[in-house]
Design a protein around this ligand. Structure first.
Ligand SMILES: NC(=O)c1c(N)nc(OC2CCCC2)nc1O[C@@H]1CCC[C@@H]1O
Length: 331
């Protein structure tokens, strides 16, 4: 009896995780919402009858229990780095020259280029494919444990898909609020005479700092991975770009605008292309991040203070209109 109930529960969990990924990550659902809701109700009913068989990766476990009293601290096993900035092509070329002067033999560098998402950097720890902890970047060394809130973000898998993932895998990326969700949230707040947020970044930060994850669950948050931290149990690809593709194959969202480029001229053309696309992108960005693609070369170059020698943010000029002080609610 219990065996086939376990099979039934696993079937429902896998189905709901698959269809949830199609809907929230690929924006390309295979089944009508009513069908998804019916499966969820079935899962909830079966779990209510068999609470001992509820697993942490069950889609029913996304919205937590009672509110927290506070956030506990998390020390990152590897520091979460920040970025130096470039503001024009010459500074970008100087960035490349500094690297080539340090590399022996100075070889032609390939780059992984990513829109610089204007959200909040977080660390996701997966053990045996299960999401076990989420933390803010904080000061790069110590962050806050926001696991209960991050579990409510539907585009972040509670269990990695496919197979071949490492025993321990730390995914680093940006939690952000898409522009449309931000506008709708502020419109609702305005109608109710509640506080509105100055920009999507503050809205994301404010949503992640809720002690009650039921509130976070009502906020339209999303996530794109941008690097890997701790990896144990296998070696990942030697290329930053290929690593993000690997993460994507395991169900971790990857920004669709990321490109692998083989020359700085191509990087500059990419920067101009993203600058043109910027107003029509569904999320806010404030530049592009340009990283040496080869991970061994990254390690050779290392980092100074908290910023790597092998990455730079090429920022867009500040927006013309007055931008309210981006009061940092939450590192
Ligand atoms: N905001 C971003 O889209 C972004 C990105 N696409 N890639 C990185 O790469 C890390 C890893 C090496 C140095 C920084 N960082 C990003 O944001 C950083 C996180 C902390 C400060 C910046 O916002």
């Amino acid at each position: 009896m219990s065996q086939d109930i376990q099979q039934q529960l696993k079937g429902l969990r896998d189905q709901l995780a698959y269809h949830g990924h199609r809907y929230y990550v690929e924006d390309n659902p295979e089944i009508p919402d009513a069908e998804y809701d019916r499966m969820m109700q079935q899962l909830l009913a079966l779990e209510a009858e068999n609470p001992a068989l509820i697993t942490p990766d069950s889609p029913s476990q996304r919205v937590g229990g009672k509110p927290l009293d506070g956030f506990t601290q998390v020390t990152h096993e590897l520091p979460m780095l920040s970025l130096d900035n470039a503001f024009n092509d010459d500074e970008l070329r100087a960035f490349e020259k500094r690297m080539q002067d340090r590399l022996i033999p100075s070889l032609s560098l390939s780059y992984c280029c990513e829109p610089k998402l204007d959200g909040l950097a977080v660390s996701l720890m997966y053990e045996n494919g299960i999401l076990v902890q989420a933390a803010t970047r904080g000061d790069g060394t110590t962050g806050e444990n926001i696991t209960t809130n991050v579990r409510t973000i539907r585009s972040i898998p509670l269990k990695l898909q496919g197979e071949g993932w490492p025993e321990r895998l730390e995914v680093r990326g940006e939690v952000f609020m898409p522009k449309q969700g931000f506008d709708e949230l502020n419109a609702r707040a305005q109608k109710k005479g509640e506080k509105t947020f100055a920009n999507p970044r503050n809205a994301a930060a404010g949503s992640l700092r809720q002690l009650d994850s039921k509130i976070t669950a009502t906020r339209p948050l999303s996530f794109f991975a941008y690097s890997v931290g701790v990896v144990e149990g296998m070696d990942l690809a030697a290329s930053q770009y290929e690593r993000l593709v690997q993460l994507k194959s395991w169900g971790i969202p990857m920004c669709p605008e990321i490109r692998q480029l083989n020359s700085l001229d191509d990087v500059i053309a990419y920067y101009q292309d993203i600058a043109e696309k910027r107003p029509s992108l569904p999320y806010e960005i404030d530049g592009v991040v340009i990283k040496v693609d080869d991970v061994e070369t990254q390690d050779q170059l290392g980092f100074v203070a908290r910023a790597p020698r092998w990455a730079i943010a090429y920022k867009f000029p500040a927006q013309e209109e007055m931008t309210l002080l981006n009061n940092v609610e939450f590192q």
